[in-house]
Design a binder for this molecule. Structure first.
Ligand code: 3PG
Length: 396
């Protein structure tokens, strides 16, 4: 159920779970993307006459009141994004929270302190969830990026109050459904990043679901090694060669075309502007490391994107933070963005470095949907049920 099903919110205390786990330096928010994404929902609920009570976590204080994990420094950025005053309470349950909630007028917005200051949050403790629920009449989950956690504020609350998906949660779930659950075919997944070890479940799930799978970044080296190619000094998880072979076999069985690099940009050291050369993947010099996919690989990836109607992207194709080893990631991202703009492709991206890589390529806005989620996006790509979403579905 979405906010459209919530009926009149006038005078209601709406407990809204948001993800304010934003990058911060010296007490100031350095990237407000997550805040800006949820601001319209907060404004909508406030304008519908509710008292908006925001619940969020910050960092991983594990039940301790660590000052560095306070949400108070987020208040100014939240106020700016909303264009209205945001009150703050130094606890999310108990007297201080209750007092701050009681002081709210219709349309006011209050942020409660870090839910993870209480051990009961991560334990999804029933008494703690009850204490949170005591401050609300309605629960809205607007934090897809925390939905892989079965915590009191992301899961427990949905069973205690009338529960609704927020607008961003709804948009994210719509995009993910279009990306993998009921996509327009052919579907291409592009998976990069450093290590296979962190993405085994994800690759296994994807080969069963997509038509084409591009394996890029450092993790491609393990696959090349498994195919008997010498990868020199490249990052390579040699102990995972069998896993890589198993994934390739599963892909073949499922009819999923695997696209691995055919050429590579190899450098003598892991450094921006390091001396480098483009070589076929079976001719990587012993003293070199692969830092990017080469132009023939990019051409093959782009041609595969042309054949696809849906693209799911997670992880860069090379060491994109070190110029010029960003070339393959930037070229493929620009190509996908152009295909999206001309209406040929639904493109969904997310997880970890992906948003940074697309921003670096200057094309994040051109994708159909870019998720702000890290772990939750990965777990979704792994095919796992997300407790925060399941609880909303089960509803109350
Ligand atoms: C995130 O930043 O990905 C979410 O806020 C979840 O944070 P967590 O990994 O600490 O649960």
């Amino acid at each position: 159920r979405t906010l459209d099903d919530a009926g009149s919110l006038t005078g209601k205390r709406v407990l809204m779970r948001v993800d304010l786990n934003v990058p911060m330096e010296n007490g100031r928010v350095t990237d407000a993307t997550r805040i800006e994404r949820v601001a319209p929902t907060i404004r909508e609920v406030a304008e519908r006459g509710a008292k908006v009570i925001l619940l969020a976590h910050f960092g991983r204080p594990k039940g301790k009141r660590e000052p560095k994990d306070s949400l108070e420094p987020v208040v100014p950025a939240l106020g700016t994004a909303l264009g209205r005053n945001v009150a703050f309470a130094p606890d999310c349950i108990g007297e201080e929270a209750a007092k701050a909630v009681a002081a709210l007028k219709d349309g006011d917005v209050l942020l409660l302190e870090n839910t993870r200051y209480h051990a009961g949050e991560e334990k999804n403790d029933s008494a703690f969830a009850d204490a949170l629920a005591a401050n609300g009449d309605v629960y809205v989950n607007e934090a897809f990026s925390a939905a892989h956690r079965a915590h009191a504020s992301t899961e427990g609350l949905a069973h205690r109050l009338p529960a609704y998906a927020g607008r961003e949660m709804q948009a994210e779930l719509d995009a993910l459904t279009k990306g993998l659950e009921s996509p327009q075919r052919p579907v291409i997944a592009l998976v990069g990043g450093a290590k296979v070890s962190s993405k085994i479940d994800l690759l296994e799930n994807l080969v069963a679901k997509v038509d084409m799978l591009v394996i890029g970044g450092g993790m491609a080296n393990t696959f090349l090694h498994a195919q008997g190619k010498a990868v020199g000094k490249s990052l390579c998880e040699k102990d995972l060669a069998e896993t890589a072979t198993r994934i390739l076999a599963a892909a073949e069985k499922a009819g999923c075309r695997i696209i691995l690099p055919v050429d590579a940009v190899a450098a003598s050291e892991f450094k921006a502007q390091a001396p480098h050369e483009t070589v076929p993947v079976d001719a990587v010099p012993e003293a070199s490391m692969i830092l990017d996919a080469g132009p023939r690989s990019v051409a093959e990836i782009n041609a595969a994107i042309d054949d696809a109607k849906t693209l799911v992207w997670n992880g860069p194709l090379g060491a994109f933070e070190l110029a010029p080893f960003d070339a393959a990631t930037v070229a493929a991202a620009k190509h996908a963005a152009a295909r999206t703009k001309d209406g040929h492709l639904v493109s969904v991206a997310g997880g970890g470095d992906t948003v940074a890589a697309l921003n670096h390529a200057g094309v994040a806005q051109a994708f159909t949907y870019v998720s702000t989620a890290g772990g939750a996006f990965l777990e979704w790509l792994e095919g796992k049920a997300l407790p925060g979403v399941e609880a909303l579905r089960a509803g109350n």
